[in-house]
Write a protein that binds this ligand. Structure first.
Ligand SMILES: NC(=O)c1ccc[n+]([C@@H]2O[C@H](COP(=O)([O-])OP(=O)(O)OC[C@H]3O[C@@H](n4cnc5c(N)ncnc54)[C@H](OP(=O)(O)O)[C@@H]3O)[C@@H](O)[C@H]2O)c1
Length: 344
C-alpha cells in the first residue's frame, strides 16, 4: 500500500502556477505524502517549462499521456470551466483520482455525471473550492458560533474586477463558460453558504448586465431558510475601488469585516457599544491566519489524505455542497435567460 500520492497537473495555466507552488511547499517536507509527478499540456514546450520550474518528474504534450501513465495517482484539472467535464470523465475512466478547479461543472447536468462516475469507479473526486479549507474562515465561523456578533442577519460581499474585453479570454468567451457568476460570484455564494451553515436557499432576486452572451456584472440577493440574507455583486467590467474584495457579516451584536473574503487571511470582529442603536463599535478580536504557502495547500493536503484513506468524497466540501452551489448558479442563469452555446 502506497503512503504517497503521485500528483499530476493537467493544463499548466494561471491557477496551476499557484497549485504547483502549494505542491512544492508541501512536497519539501520529509514526511510529505505529496509527490510532484507529471504535467500534461496541449503544448509540450509549455509542459516542459512548467515541469522544470516546479520540479515535476515528467512533462507530457497531451492530457491522454497523463491518463495512460500508470504511475499517475491523482490529477488536478486546471483548464477553463467548459473543458472540466471531459477531462474529469476521462481521468476517472482511466482510474485516476481527481481534484478539479471550480466550478467543477458548468451546470448540475455536468456535475452529476462527474459525481456519478466517481462513485461508480470508487475514486476520489472533489471540486477545488479552496475557501472551504481556509483557516481564517474556520475561525470566523467559530467566532460566530460562540455568539460574539449575536445572530447573523446579513452577509454583504463584492468580487468585482475590470478586465480588458478580450473575446478569446475565458472570462468573456461563452464557449468557455465565461461570465462573472461562474468565475467570481461562485465565491460570494459559497462564502454566504458557509456563514449560513449551509441552510437551504429559499428565495432569490437578481439583476444582470450581459455582454456578448455572458454576464459582465450581476447583483444578487439570496435568502437562506434560517433567515440570513446575502447581497453580493460579481463583475468583470467594474473595478474594486479598494484594491481588495471584501465582505461584511452583520449580526445583532456587531459585525465582522473580512479582507479579500475569497482568499482571506484577515478579519476584524467589531461589537456595538450600545445594545439597540447606533453604529459605535470597538474591535473585539483581530483574526490573523497567514497561509502556510498561498492557501491552496489546505485543499491539496485534504485531498491527498482522503485519497490515501481510500475515500471517494470529502467530508468538508461534500458532493451535496458542490451540487447545491451549482444548482443556485443554474437557477440564476435561468432567471437571466443565460445559456452556454452547448445548452441552446
Ligand atoms: N481556485 C482559484 O483561486 C482559481 C483562480 C483562478 C482560476 N480558477 C479556475 O481555474 C480554471 C482555469 O483558470 P485559469 O485562469 O488558470 O485559466 P487559463 O490560464 O486561461 O488556462 C489554463 C490552461 O487551460 C488550457 N486552456 C486555456 N484556454 C483554452 C482553450 N480555449 N481551449 C482549451 N484549453 C484551454 C491551457 O492548457 P494547455 O497548457 O493544455 O494548453 C491553459 O494553460 C478555471 O476553471 C477557473 O475558474 C481558480
Amino acid at each position: 500500500m502506497k503512503d504517497y500520492v503521485n500528483w499530476a497537473i493537467l493544463a499548466p495555466g494561471r491557477i496551476a502556477q499557484k497549485m504547483a507552488a502549494a505542491m512544492n511547499g508541501e512536497a519539501n517536507s520529509a514526511q510529505s505524502k505529496i509527490r510532484l509527478y507529471a504535467v500534461g499540456s496541449r503544448n509540450l514546450e509549455r509542459s516542459k517549462e512548467f515541469a522544470a520550474k516546479w520540479n515535476f518528474q515528467k512533462a507530457y504534450g497531451s492530457y491522454e499521456e497523463l491518463y495512460t501513465d500508470p504511475e499517475v495517482d491523482a490529477i488536478y484539472i486546471a483548464n477553463p470551466h467548459a473543458f472540466h467535464m471531459d477531462c474529469v470523465l476521462a481521468a476517472l475512466n482511466a482510474g485516476k483520482h481527481v481534484l478539479c478547479e471550480k466550478p467543477a461543472g458548468c451546470s448540475r447536468e455536468q456535475l452529476d455525471k462527474m459525481i456519478s462516475l466517481a462513485k461508480s469507479k470508487n475514486l476520489f473526486f472533489m471540486e477545488a473550492m479552496w475557501t472551504a479549507f481556509n483557516p481564517c474562515i474556520a475561525e470566523i465561523r467559530k467566532a460566530i458560533k460562540d455568539g460574539i456578533i449575536g445572530d447573523v442577519t446579513n452577509i454583504d460581499s463584492r468580487f468585482t474586477n475590470r478586465n480588458p474585453y478580450d473575446p478569446n479570454d475565458r472570462n468573456y468567451a461563452p464557449d468557455q463558460a465565461g461570465g462573472a457568476l461562474l468565475d467570481l460570484g461562485i465565491y460570494n455564494i459559497y462564502f454566504a453558504m458557509m456563514i449560513s451553515n449551509f441552510s437551504p436557499i429559499v428565495s432569490r432576486s437578481s439583476q444582470v448586465r450581459m455582454l456578448k452572451g455572458v454576464d459582465a456584472w450581476n447583483g444578487v440577493n439570496l435568502t437562506f431558510e434560517n433567515g440570513i440574507v446575502t447581497s453580493f455583486q460579481s463583475a468583470m467590467d467594474t473595478p474594486s475601488t479598494t484594491g481588495t474584495h471584501d465582505a461584511v457579516i452583520y449580526g445583532t451584536k456587531g459585525f465582522i469585516t473580512i479582507v479579500n473574503f475569497f482568499m482571506t487571511e484577515q478579519a476584524d470582529i467589531h461589537v456595538y457599544k450600545h445594545k439597540d442603536e447606533g453604529s459605535d463599535n470597538e474591535i473585539a478580536r483581530e483574526i490573523r491566519c497567514p497561509f502556510k504557502t498561498n492557501g491552496y495547500e489546505y485543499e491539496l493536503i485534504h485531498a491527498t489524505d482522503f485519497i490515501l484513506q481510500g475515500k471517494i468524497e470529502s467530508d468538508i466540501h461534500t458532493f451535496k455542497k458542490s451540487e447545491d452551489l451549482c444548482s443556485i448558479m443554474d437557477s440564476l442563469r435561468a432567471d437571466w435567460g443565460m445559456k452556454y452555446p452547448w445548452e441552446k
